[in-house]
Design a protein around this ligand. Structure first.
Ligand code: 13P
Length: 259
């Protein structure tokens, strides 16, 4: 089995203006040490208006944190008021783009087909998609969680080659655990992340399944990160609220040293 390097990502959602963003990155880099970056990849996903400022801080201070975005459009350019293309993000040295977050799907009506086009646009511009999937509480209680997540994976990644799937990231985020303080148990999170990996294996083969990185997201905190990260099919975390506080986020990144 291939070695999968953990990826801890901070999704700031619609928080932090660009002044606050600069301060947060500087503080995070101050509390992290070389040790922390040794075995873990770290990415930050600020709002679009902060990207240039965060890029400048990361590059000028040589901070080994990858710059990420939260969303993009699938077209390269055109009459799409308010949208930003994957090519525009790549020009800012963005390397990871979250695609199909449940807030985009639920609040802005993104479909699996939209997500698939975005995944392809991100790859075409040399960046890595973090494709999100996850079920609602109603779907979980109706026993539909696995079917929903399998469908999101197969449709979101439809048409990709095995080596493209091998290099990307899927984030399993149960919607009922996002921002609620209710985390999935490590066992439930493991079971669903294994479902994602099996879906990849079924359509793209064992090599892609062994290499694709699968994150868990939903109320990840310093206290629950170690148990979640110990699960065999969990290769990282997509962190919302706790990534806004540099101290808290740094403690999640250092999950190996706790417990
Ligand atoms: P919280 O960590 O705030 O629950 O958010 C999770 C999330 O949606 C990350 O993308």
């Amino acid at each position: 089995m291939s070695e999968r390097r953990p990826l801890i990502s901070g999704n700031w959602k619609m928080h932090h203006n660009h002044f606050e963003a600069i301060q947060a990155v500087q503080k995070l880099s101050y509390v992290l040490s070389a040790n922390d970056y040794d075995a873990v990849d770290v990415s930050l996903h600020p709002p679009f208006t902060d990207l240039r400022s965060v890029q400048t801080v990361l590059e000028s201070d040589e901070i080994p944190i990858a710059l990420g975005a939260q969303h993009c459009h699938w077209e390269e350019k055109g009459a799409f008021t308010g949208e930003v293309s994957a090519g525009m993000l790549a020009k800012l040295n963005v390397s990871l783009v979250i695609v199909g977050h449940s807030e985009r799907r639920e609040v802005f009506g993104e479909t699996d087909d939209n997500v698939n086009r975005k995944v392809k646009a991100v790859l075409a511009n040399g960046m890595t998609p973090i494709m999100c999937c996850g079920e609602t509480l109603d779907e979980r209680e109706a026993g539909q969680a696995r079917d929903k997540v399998e469908r999101q994976v197969l449709e979101g990644l439809a048409g990709l080659k095995g080596d493209q799937v091998a290099g990307l990231v899927v984030a399993y985020e149960p919607i009922w655990a996002i921002g609620t303080g209710k985390t999935a148990t490590p066992e439930d999170a493991q079971e669903m992340c294994a479902t994602v990996r099996n879906a990849v294996r079924g359509s793209w083969g064992t090599e892609a399944a062994d290499s694709v990185r699968i994150q868990y997201g939903g109320s990840v905190k310093p206290v629950n990160a170690p148990d979640l990260m110990r699960q065999s099919d969990i290769d990282g975390a997509l962190v919302g609220g706790a990534s806004l506080d540099p101290d808290e986020f740094a403690r999640i990144i250092a999950y190996r040293l706790v417990g």
